[in-house]
Write a protein that binds this ligand. Sequence first.
Ligand code: ADP
Ligand code: ADP
Length: 225
Amino acid sequence: MSTQLNLILLGPPGAGKGTQAARLVEDFNLPWVSTGDMLRAAVTEGSELGIKAKEYMDAGNLVPDDLIVALIVERIGEPDCSDGFLLDGYPRTIPQADALEQALRGLDRSVAATLLVELDDEEVVRRLSGRRMCVKGGHGYHLEFDPPKHEGICDQDGSRLIQRDDDVPEVIRRRLAVYHEQTEPLAAYYEDRGMLKRFDGSRTQTEVHDHIRAALATLRLEDSV
Ligand code: ADP
Ligand code: ADP
């Protein structure tokens, strides 16, 4: 088996997966594979997948496994993923994790680590309620914790900041319930396989980032001995 950085970011909505992913893909020069972003792009495009996915996303439910698995198996087979990748928002169910394991095994590859960013429900609600994204580059902000320099405008590309349709109280509650029911069991799944690393998502963005980097440095050292 290879020692590529095939990484998974796991955690409840709002834990800071996207925030950390943006930093880690820079650090390690990895492609950022976000199923949420891929699905939102499909919805905007109005593709067949987008039309099917929209009703699930709007309700805060998971898009059916068969649609997501097909999308991800194709994506990780692309050339830019051949030296490693960072999965953000996948897997979210045990069948998705099994499908990933099987697809990687077919390529003689495996998951190097699953990074679980933990955050309690109350904090998740605060994070998601204040989350804003820019329309152009998808850069993330928080009204309270990470505000832009000029209200409503992205620091990085000057585009408008918007709130996601699913970051509203009723849908947030549903997404959290779905997380506890369907996604949280993946922590034990990866723990049993000795692949899980836990991080305290309530720390600052920089602290979480430092902790993840330290854990990955250790992983690489272990691999090279
Ligand atoms: P967050 O950043 O808040 O964790 P995402 O952007 O990852 O949310 O996902 C938004 C929505 O897209 C989810 O609520 C779900 O409907 C859908 N989705 C994303 N990834 C998956 C997946 N792996 N399986 C099923 N549905 C998914
Ligand atoms: P996820 O991808 O897990 O859904 P995001 O990275 O989009 O989460 O973060 C959710 C919200 O919380 C965003 O508004 C982001 O700016 C903010 N945020 C992320 N990490 C932290 C942190 N460590 N402390 C405070 N706020 C954070």
